[in-house]
Write a protein that binds this ligand. Structure first.
Ligand SMILES: [Zn+2]
Length: 578
């Protein structure tokens, strides 16, 4: 026990953004035994480490409410790169994909396949990196409690394993549940809530295919089942969040408005918030996202609380030319070449003048699909070994070189030994529309998908990106408002009454950053996925230090190896909404 006047950490002369959205303040912050001991003014006393925080901002650690880091918890205790961005708490098991319960080998294989297919996490990584030495939710929660990891984590109960446990395979993804089966799933959900789960998650997105092109549990279950879950959430402990990737995510405004009426019914059934997202702006319907946000605000006044989770990043799906990504859906002969023989198939196609001519014809008239509008000026190079290519669109690059975009694409990919990544920007592509979304009073930031889409996006950097782009570059958010959206607002929704603010007596999860430098750097590959090689990451700059439960977790983005993270349960009382 430390004596009075002795602390573990003192941050001297910090600018404090306390997570409430209130004004910035200047002063010292002291930490003792995992807790924030004193905030503001001059702290008398000494600490094991005193940090000169002049010109730096001290904020609550960022809380990432939407990750798919369930499997990573078992092979990457530092939860990279999220930890390098100043994130101190992650929520797992979003969108219905989760690792428990696993009551049969069939069910286990199905939930691994579903998570792998939709979230683009290699199946071999999950199979080799996750021990699966649990069966029911109780043994899983106990296993999570034993983990030595850098960050705090909390989980949702995923729809996929609940269905696989009760309906078996293939019933989980082919049919509706009987009344008895619905009750059995409800009991499992209730058990999960008692173990500290924050709520329930599912994926209803129309167009998302499951393993081998099958439907997903959230697409076949019917409304009664989900309404039953909502009732259980309303009765259980904790915040009882119903979270979902919504059916009309990639559809037009009419469908999205109709979808919202469904989410309100769920909210009315549970009496708890229904978190829906991501809500994207679409180039086909400028202003559509803000219209949905306005409608959710009206509903919140009527106590049918639908919380729209937004992304502060352009939504891009990256494509490598040796794998069947988004762009290839619009180029059938290239897709066929990839599916038949991967990179060699593409090389053979490129060497055949007639096949190239066919591909040029396809490229000149690419069809619209739900995630891509078929325009080469919306295809950007995100990764290439060739100087001057990154950041440019294929329309401009090919015009500069007097080439057809298809020829440029093939030549570039082959020259890069298929490391080229091109992005089809289809949602959140208009920075001014995204600015309106980010500034909207109903906006809840999320949708990082950290851990997922390992070769296709790097949105786990969303927090530092928000501070870089929306605060510093675009001045759409004040620093204190942005920090609140990344911390205090999240803690309140998720039921972490003891976190998300820099206040004496609360848990000491903190991030210290340079507001003039914080942001992301370019992307790079790291070769660290279990058995599956590479993933794409981006690095942070300007994040000086993060603290988890009172211990320094990262310095300049690098893990200290302290691993004081733990599984969080919602605290009993919820802070007042004011
Ligand atoms: Zn997700």
């Amino acid at each position: 026990m430390a004596a009075a006047g002795e602390f573990d950490l003192i941050f001297r002369d910090a600018t404090v953004a306390d997570g409430s959205g209130g004004s910035l303040s200047e002063g010292d912050v002291a930490v003792r035994e995992g807790t924030i001991a004193q905030v503001g003014g001059r702290v008398d006393g000494r600490a094991s480490e005193e940090i000169d925080a002049r010109d730096l901002v001290l904020a609550p650690g960022f809380i990432d409410p939407h990750t798919h880091l369930d499997a990573n918890l078992f092979w990457d205790p530092d939860l990279t790169p999220s930890s390098s961005f100043g994130v101190t708490t992650v929520v797992t098991a979003n969108c219905g994909y989760a690792l428990a319960p696993v009551l049969s080998e069939d069910a286990r294989q199905y939930l691994v396949a579903a998570m792998s297919t939709v979230e683009q996490i290699p199946e071999v990584s999950i199979e080799t990196g996750v021990p699966f030495d649990w069966s029911d939710l109780t043994s899983y929660a106990a296993r999570l409690d034993e983990l030595d990891v850098l960050l705090n984590h909390a989980f949702l109960i995923g729809h996929v394993p609940l269905r696989a446990a009760v309906l078996g395979v293939p019933g989980a993804f082919t049919r509706r549940a009987s009344v008895d089966e619905r009750e059995a799933m409800g009991r499992l959900l209730r058990q999960g809530l008692e173990l500290g789960a924050l709520g329930f998650s599912t994926d209803q997105v129309i167009g998302n295919p499951g393993p081998d092109g099958t439907a997903l549990p959230g697409q076949v279950c019917g409304e009664e089942e989900l309404l039953d879950f909502a009732v259980v959430l309303g009765q259980g402990p904790g915040p009882g969040l119903f979270t979902m990737a919504n059916a009309a995510l990639l559809l037009g405004r009419e469908e999205r408005v109709a979808d919202l009426a469904w989410h309100r019914r769920l909210a009315a059934a549970s009496g708890r918030p229904v978190v829906v997202g991501p809500i994207f702006d679409s180039t086909d319907d400028p202003g559509g996202a803000c219209a949905i946000m306005d409608l959710t605000l009206e509903g919140q006044r009527a106590k049918a609380t639908v919380v729209p989770q937004i992304s502060t990043r352009p939504f891009e799906l990256w494509t490598r030319l040796d794998s069947p990504g988004t762009l290839l859906r619009s180029l059938p002969s290239l897709m066929a070449a990839v599916l038949s023989d991967g990179a060699d198939g593409v090389r053979a196609l490129a060497a055949d003048p007639a096949a190239r001519a066919q591909l040029r014809r396809e490229g000149a008239s690419m069809p619209h699909n739900p995630v891509f509008n078929g325009r080469w000026d919306h295809v950007r190079v995100r990764y290439s070994h060739q100087r001057g290519f990154e950041g440019k669109d294929l329309d401009a690059l090919s015009a500069e070189r007097g080439l057809d975009p298809v020829d440029l694409l093939l030549d570039m990919a082959i020259a890069d030994d298929f490391e080229t990544q091109v992005a089809t920007v289809m949602r959140n592509g208009n920075d001014d529309e995204v600015a309106r979304l980010v500034a909207h009073p109903a906006a809840m930031i999320g949708a990082s998908d950290a851990g997922a889409h390992i070769l296709a996006n790097t949105d786990s950097c969303y927090a530092v990106w928000t501070l870089q782009h929306w605060v510093r570059e675009r001045k759409v958010l004040s620093l204190e408002r942005a920090v609140a959206m990344l911390t205090g607002d999240q803690a309140r929704l998720l039921g972490f009454g003891d976190r998300g603010l820099v206040r004496a007596g609360l848990a000491a999860d903190l991030v210290l950053f340079d507001p003039d430098r914080i942001g992301t750097t370019g992307v790079r590959f790291v070769d660290d996925q279990p058995e599956a090689g590479r993933r794409l990451i981006t690095d942070a700059q300007g994040v000086e230090m993060s603290v988890v439960n009172g211990t320094v977790a990262t310095r300049r983005g690098v893990s200290t190896g302290a691993r004081t993270g733990r599984r969080l349960r919602p605290s009993g009382r919820r802070r007042s909404e004011s």
